[in-house]
Design a protein around this ligand. Structure first.
Ligand code: PBG
Length: 331
């Protein structure tokens, strides 16, 4: 219903701060944020990541300190990614299901210290553990196999759940993995362990700094287009989401974020399930680079982009800006 000028003046409600506050449709709070963290070996280590200015890899003790910081800031979840030592990477990525791997040690350390004051989300995919940097197992032709990979992903997911992970987040894009992981969690009495599926994950040019951070970038030959989605596709994202929900996902993710807000909105409108977006490493780096170049004011860019995810229907956002944004939002 649209009025006619001058009876209706849309600028009336915009004229003052109190009125803009009253009419604001969307809010972003620290409770909407998931903070991705990179874990590295050692003790007392902070290892800055050159392509992600302001983001570091932390040894397990530092990860625990970051988790406590998240609790203090009101951030409900941290997402963990390991930088596996080179001698622990292999063709089959077996380190992924080693109960004493870096991820499991980090999960246990956070849970021992923070308990249920924070949720721990863990990534399921083999790329931080393989010598070839692909998310799954390769056949003789170099193709990433599906069903054999799913079997290993199940072991990886159960390994993380046993260590105390609260949310399993498969980012591998194999077919059928949500069902297989859900069944294994149920059989292992992990009924309340959630699955946040990277349901619509695109073969994107925005992942470069992440691959530096986990150390898989230099190893990766070729691309991930035989399993991650074509950026041209939107209907296909709905099919991916539909499958993952039917297979037992509690929430779904769209990734990358800003260039795919239309997908987030379609998923929300079509299924009404909790939708999350991942503002990925290349997006973080773009904002930092733009601010450093004087092309925009960093804090404003951060808050405006995060608000956009809420407006698009997302329940929350994975973002490396989580602590920066939470501080701004907490005043
Ligand atoms: C890998 C994975 C990737 C990201 C999260 N999990 C990279 C990839 O698919 O190559 C990217 C996150 C980011 O860029 O911030 N399974």
């Amino acid at each position: 219903m649209t009025g006619t000028y001058p009876n209706t003046r849309l600028r009336r409600t915009r004229a003052t701060g109190w009125s803009r506050a009253l009419h604001r449709e969307t809010l972003i709070t620290p409770a909407d944020l998931i903070w991705p963290l990179f874990v590295t070996e050692g003790a007392g280590v902070e290892d800055p990541i050159a392509s992600l200015p302001g983001v570091s890899r932390w040894s397990v003790d530092g990860i625990v300190a970051r988790a406590k910081e998240a609790v203090d800031l009101g951030i409900p979840v941290v997402a963990l990614f390991p930088n596996t030592q080179p001698d622990r990477r292999s063709d089959d990525g077996a380190e992924a299901h080693n109960p004493d791997n870096l991820m499991c040690r980090a999960i246990r350390a956070i849970k021992d210290t923070c308990g249920d004051d924070i949720g721990v989300l863990t990534d399921v995919a083999l790329d931080p553990y393989t010598s070839h940097g692909q998310d799954g197992l390769l056949d003789d032709t170099g193709y990433v196999t599906n069903d054999d990979t799913v079997a290993v992903l199940v072991d990886q997911a159960i390994n993380q759940a046993e260590a105390g992970a609260d949310i399993i987040a498969p980012s591998d894009m194999m077919d059928g993995r949500i069902h297989a992981i859900r069944m294994a969690l149920e059989m292992g009495s992990h009924h309340n362990v959630q699955i946040m599926s990277y349901a619509a994950k695109y073969a994107s040019a925005f992942y470069g700094p992440f691959r530096d951070a986990v150390g898989s970038g230099g190893l990766l030959k070729g691309d991930k287009k035989s399993y991650q989605m074509d950026p041209a596709n939107s209907d296909e994202a709905l099919r991916e989401v539909e499958f993952d929900i039917a297979e037992g996902a509690d929430s779904v993710m769209v990734k990358p974020g800003l260039a795919y807000l239309d997908i987030a909105r379609r998923v929300k409108d079509t299924f009404g399930v909790p939708v999350f977006a991942y503002q990925v490493s290349g997006e973080y780096a773009m904002i930092e680079a733009a601010a450093a170049a004087g092309a925009g004011e960093r804090d404003a860019l951060v808050l405006e982009t995060l608000l956009a995810f809420k407006r698009a229907g997302c329940s929350g956002v994975l973002t490396y800006h989580a602590p920066v944004a939470a501080r701004l939002l907490n005043g």
